[in-house]
Design a protein around this ligand. Structure first.
Ligand code: NI
Ligand code: MN
Length: 226
């Protein structure tokens, strides 16, 4: 069993009944946030890249809850220096944690940290938890090796940015679904700010017409159970 809750923008909460894992918990300053950084529970926090709308409240949540941050080596060093708990990975590598496995994948984007320091390469993540495989693409443009991710890891859910401007827009995200072949696709990284305004219903109808996946355009705070 896996419960997946969209917390707005790229932030997700995954729960298997025993552990709570957050992905990219940008809550403070996020106009779409469906949770508060000083209240949310977490055991693990996965961070795709160093930008403020992804690293977000990770350090503060780790320090309050003891949650372990899982990210690339450069971001982990930044978090450790601020007193957070953290485990370093890098692209292609994965590690088994008490809830399951996290593996970093490539993403086409940037990754500077809030203080301007180098955040390593940006990543997508594969999370195995509750018997499911979740692919969260982070911030990325379309790339052909999404087919490799689909063929090799068979994601049950693909969580994909559709906001355009900084990441894939709707057209490329529909193509990404064709490459990844997930059972379910959830659009993220749209409507948070005017420059990434998109119509999720249009994405949903394109996914329904052009792919074999089911699109769940969640409202912030909405949960699906798999
Ligand atoms: Ni970014
Ligand atoms: Mn972003």
């Amino acid at each position: 069993m896996l419960k997946a809750t969209w917390l707005g923008h790229s932030a997700f909460k995954l729960e298997d009944g025993k552990h709570t894992l957050l992905i990219d918990p940008f809550l403070t300053g996020n106009p779409m946030a469906a949770a508060k950084a000083d209240e949310i529970a977490a055991d693990f926090i996965v961070v795709t890249h160093g930008h403020g709308d992804h690293l977000g409240d990770s350090v503060a949540i780790s320090k309050r809850t003891g949650a372990m941050i899982v990210s690339n080596f450069e971001i982990v060093n930044y978090c450790l220096a601020q007193g957070a708990k953290a485990h370093p990975l890098h692209i292609g590598g994965g590690h088994d944690f008490p809830f399951g496995r996290v593996q970093l994948t490539q993403a086409l984007h940037g990754s500077s940290l809030p203080d301007g320091s180098y955040g390593g390469n940006p990543a997508g993540v594969l999370v195995r938890m509750g018997g499911k495989v979740v692919y969260h693409a982070g911030d990325t443009g379309l790339f052909g090796d999404m087919k490799l991710i689909g063929d090799r890891y068979h994601p049950d859910i693909a969580i994909l940015p559709i906001g355009d401007n900084f990441t894939m827009g709707i057209d490329d995200a529909v193509y990404a679904v064709q490459l990844l072949k997930p059972k379910i696709v959830i659009p993220i990284h749209y409507n948070t700010f005017p420059v990434i305004a998109q119509d999720a219903e249009s994405f949903k109808s394109r996914v329904t017409n052009d792919t074999s996946a089911q699109c769940k355009a969640l409202a912030p705070g909405e949960t699906i159970t798999l």
